[in-house]
Design a protein around this ligand. Structure first.
Ligand code: PLP
Length: 378
């Protein structure tokens, strides 16, 4: 099997698995219990918080463990409720549904939500964000890197302007962590989302970084865990795995990215040879792990299924939500031609992939596209 769907879920890192195992097997204690195993579980959560903080250049008290990227994004968007007398959120048309649907909920509750459109390469321009901010704006939320087309956004510039205008700034960095350096001492963001299963951790954990002093209101109430911001017994195994995984992916970012960019560019070069193919997203402002192509006269879903039969795991635009495939709001926002919207393939790499796999996958994709078009590969 050639696994090219790492943006949907990445393989669990052996060190993450090793960190989680004791808390699935011998130590099942509740980290709030005062006995020895309980205190040991508590120490594992504390250690993971320190690892996450170190990897992001943050303070441990600025890290709040959540159940994943979706919950972290929701909490960040709902923090707009804590900014009194301001009822406007500025976001983009290409955010993950975890941000967009949370914004829609606030719209139902009386907020004004403005979605900024990207340019044809998927880049959001800071001037457009600046023009949308007014005295009523509570929050700006712009993702660091897009999950479908891998476009990197100018978050430092956007964060800087939010700071100047006194507006809270959140960025969803789920796809960016480990692919680009993120240092909270330098990046002017108030909140940042991380999901464990995209970086070698286990599903069901994530974190929201909240800069000290930034306003935040809990969405889940109960026993007061995570300093009252996220009640509920901590998922100790997944939290321990997240601490180990983030440490691993943030260790050698330049080296990993160099390897991944080489594989990515190799794949792009090969797929561009397929007639009537188009690379979606920016060539320069792009995640080192993302390749996204549209092929005219191709049904992307059928292509993904045929590729699966041939041993290649890929996605159409993004991993489908709850089994439902739908046209990509991201590709639609780029103004992609109708004939290309349905024939999209997302291939996302990890450093487990090899050159041989890339060559084999590219050949298989070319063959499947030609077969679907009723042509033969030359
Ligand atoms: N944000 C982005 C950019 C994502 O790619 C995803 C997952 O696909 C999420 C948020 C949601 O993360 P989780 O699956 O941990 O809820």
């Amino acid at each position: 099997m050639i696994y090219l769907d790492n943006a949907a879920s990445a393989p669990v890192h052996p060190r993450a698995l090793a960190a989680a195992m004791p808390f699935i097997t011998e130590n099942f204690a509740n980290p709030s219990s005062v006995h020895t195993p309980g205190r040991e579980a508590r120490l594992a959560v504390i250690a993971a918080r320190e690892q996450c903080a170190a990897a992001l250049g943050a303070l441990p008290e600025e890290i709040f463990f959540m159940s994943g990227g979706t919950e972290s994004d929701n909490l960040a968007v709902f923090s707009a409720l804590s900014v009194h007398h301001k009822r406007k959120i500025v976001t983009t048309a290409i955010e993950h549904p975890a941000v967009l649907n949370a914004c829609s909920e606030l719209e139902r509750r009386g907020f004004e939500v403005v979605q900024i459109s990207p340019d044809s390469e998927g880049v959001i321009h800071a001037e457009d964000i600046a023009a949308a901010i007014d005295d009523n704006t509570a929050l700006v939320s712009v993702m660091t890197a897009n999950n479908e087309i891998g476009t990197l956004q100018p978050v430092a510039e956007i964060g800087e302007l939010c700071r100047r205008r006194g507006v809270l700034f959140h960025t969803d960095a789920v796809q960016a962590v480990g692919n680009i350096p993120l240092d909270m001492r330098e990046l002017p963001v108030d909140m940042l989302t991380v999901s464990a299963h995209k970086i070698g951790g286990i599903k069901g954990a994530g974190l929201l970084y909240v800069r000290k002093g930034a306003p935040i209101t809990p969405m889940i109430f109960g026993g007061g865990q995570e300093r009252g911001i996220r009640s509920g017994t901590e998922n100790v195994a997944a939290i321990a795995a997240l601490g180990a995984a983030i440490t691993e992916v943030c260790r050698d970012i330049p080296e990993r990215c160099q390897k991944l960019s080489r594989l990515r560019d190799m794949l792009i070069e090969k797929l561009e040879k397929i007639p009537n193919s188009r690379l979606n997203g920016s060539r320069s402002e792009r995640l080192c792990s993302n390749v996204n192509f549209s092929f005219s006269d191709i049904d992307g879903e059928a292509l993904v299924m045929t590729l699966d039969l041939m041993g290649v795991c890929a996605s159409t635009a993004s991993a489908c939500s709850a089994g439902k495939q739908h046209r990509s709001h991201v590709l639609a926002a780029l103004g992609l031609d109708e004939s290309l919207l349905d024939g999209t393939l997302r291939l996302t790499l990890s450093d487990n992939n090899t050159e041989e796999e890339i060559t084999a996958a590219a050949d298989i994709i070319a063959e499947c596209v030609a077969n679907q078009r009723g042509q033969s590969v030359i």
